[in-house]
Design a protein around this ligand. Structure first.
Ligand SMILES: *Cc1c(COP(=O)(O)O)cnc(C)c1O
Length: 457
């Protein structure tokens, strides 16, 4: 069997890298619901979206039909600096778990920004440059997206303005300085630079900010400045499209050795890495060619798929962005201060939400200390120090492999290892000192947030 001689790391050759992104919407019978204009409640038109986003990205956002979209050579050239990323056989983890399961992970942390977010950042920066723009604006919470975008903008010599949630700006000086090293300007949000920021500061003096509020500021900064557009690192259809490079490479690497996964696992914040990882596999599933179990893993403190509502909701606190139909906890939802900053968004990609609603995937939620336990277990045998976000997928993969030990099933498990945790050592410190808690919202709290959802047919 080919399975006998699987290398530790399956690398594709440069010329085996995907030349197209795969748009899973083309194979969905029930398409994701359109974004709505918050004023008229009508589907957003390309013209309306073009005031905020780059033209080519608007076209990708609205394209439910084109299955394969060519990756421009300029983007592939950049990808070649850190891709193809390795698909690693977790031999050491399997041995330590004493499981008959075969475990693989696709590692996206092999670039300075430290996560998969660079895959979309470079695409979005490229289309902004191609349109002749001067720069882009965005928000960042924990800082991974802002870091990725500042790298991408430096490469294409675009101005990059990042609104960083104030509490992170103050507590994560290293992330901030990496962004500035790549030439981005970083402003703590809420700031006094925008109307939204001034209003929020007046209403809540001393507030340390939130992601939803930083989004409102970044959008205002883009639409009020000539030659600027706003970019976003997750949730949107275009971002899942760009991230499909993860899944295309994973599938190509598995196919090379005749490996067929039984279960595919990924962490889910806004859904971009999971959406990208699963897309070609989901395509086969949607076309009835093959079946896989697909599992989204979210924090128990921010459980949008497992405990949220499938409804139209605002994407930001300031309610300036379009409405999206998604699994959501409500745009007013404030998650407990857990340490996986990238998984604290109140909603979920409309594509994944629709697929989940239609029964094509499962979702589980895991408490924070169990996630760090898995992170440490993994680091000690596989060597990589994982990001807290990624460690949600590690937790679920370990649990699955332990089940195989009990049942004797030789399952093949593939999970997405989205990034490294070097900037998250304060969280690891809390875990090591026994100071981490597992706050889980009550049904009453969630019902309170859900009651504030906009009422749309
Ligand atoms: C942002 C981030 C995530 C979550 O975002 P998705 O859009 O759900 O993929 C996961 N892992 C890491 C390392 C991140 O930076």
């Amino acid at each position: 069997m080919a399975q006998q001689n699987i290398p530790y790391k399956i690398y594709l050759e440069e010329n085996e890298m995907p030349t197209t992104w795969y748009n899973v919407r083309a194979d969905m019978t029930n398409k994701p619901a359109p974004l709505l204009n918050p004023g008229t409640l009508q589907p957003m038109t390309a013209e309306e979206l073009s005031g905020v986003f780059c033209e080519e990205l608007v076209a990708q956002e609205l394209d439910n039909d084109t299955r394969l979209i060519p990756i421009p050579d300029e983007i592939r050239d950049f990808y070649k600096m850190y891709r193809p990323s390795p698909l690693v056989r977790a031999y050491c983890l399997e041995k330590k778990l004493d499981t008959p399961a075969k475990i693989y992970y696709k590692f996206e942390g092999n670039n300075t920004s430290g996560s998969h977010k660079l895959n979309s950042a470079i695409a979005q920066a490229y289309y902004a440059k191609k349109q002749g723009l001067k720069g882009v604006t965005t928000e960042t919470g924990a800082g991974q997206w802002g870091t990725a975008l500042s790298m991408a903008c430096a490469y294409f010599e675009l101005d990059c303005r990042v609104y960083m949630v104030k509490v992170s700006y103050e507590q994560k000086p290293f992330r901030r300085e990496v962004m500035r090293t790549y030439g981005a300007s970083v402003t703590p949000s809420p700031s006094m630079e925008t109307e939204v920021g001034r209003a929020i500061n007046a209403q809540f003096p001393g507030t340390t900010g939130s992601l939803g509020c930083a989004i409102s500021e970044a959008v205002e900064a883009a639409v009020t400045r000539e030659g600027y557009r706003y970019v976003l690192g997750s949730v949107l259809n275009q971002v899942l499209l760009h991230q499909s490079v993860i899944g295309m490479e994973t599938k190509a690497a598995l196919d090379k050795y005749g490996i067929v996964p039984d279960v595919i696992i990924g962490c889910a914040g806004g859904g971009s890495n999971l959406g990208g990882l699963i897309s070609p596999f989901m395509g086969e599933k949607l076309r009835g060619e093959r079946d896989y179990r697909i599992v989204a893993v979210e924090p128990a403190s921010c459980p949008s798929l497992t405990r949220g509502q499938f409804a139209y909701d605002f994407c930001d606190t300031g309610k300036v962005c379009p409405l999206a139909k998604m699994y959501t906890l409500g745009s007013n939802f404030i998650p407990a201060p857990n340490h996986a900053g990238g998984l604290r968004y109140h909603g979920m990609s409309s594509i994944l939400s629709q697929l989940y609603h239609d029964g094509y995937m499962e979702a589980v939620s895991v408490p924070q200390t169990a996630v760090f336990e898995a992170a440490e277990y993994f680091a000690r045998c596989e060597g990589i120090l994982p990001a807290p976000e990624s460690s949600h997928a590690i937790r679920a993969a370990i649990d699955e492999a332990v089940k195989c030990r009990e049942t004797g099933k030789e399952e093949t498990i593939v999970f997405g290892l989205t990034g490294t945790g070097y900037f998250d050592m304060v969280a690891y410190e809390k875990y090591h000192d026994g100071k981490m808690d597992d706050y889980i919202p009550t049904d009453e709290e969630l019902a309170g947030y859900a009651a504030a959802l906009p009422k749309i047919g």
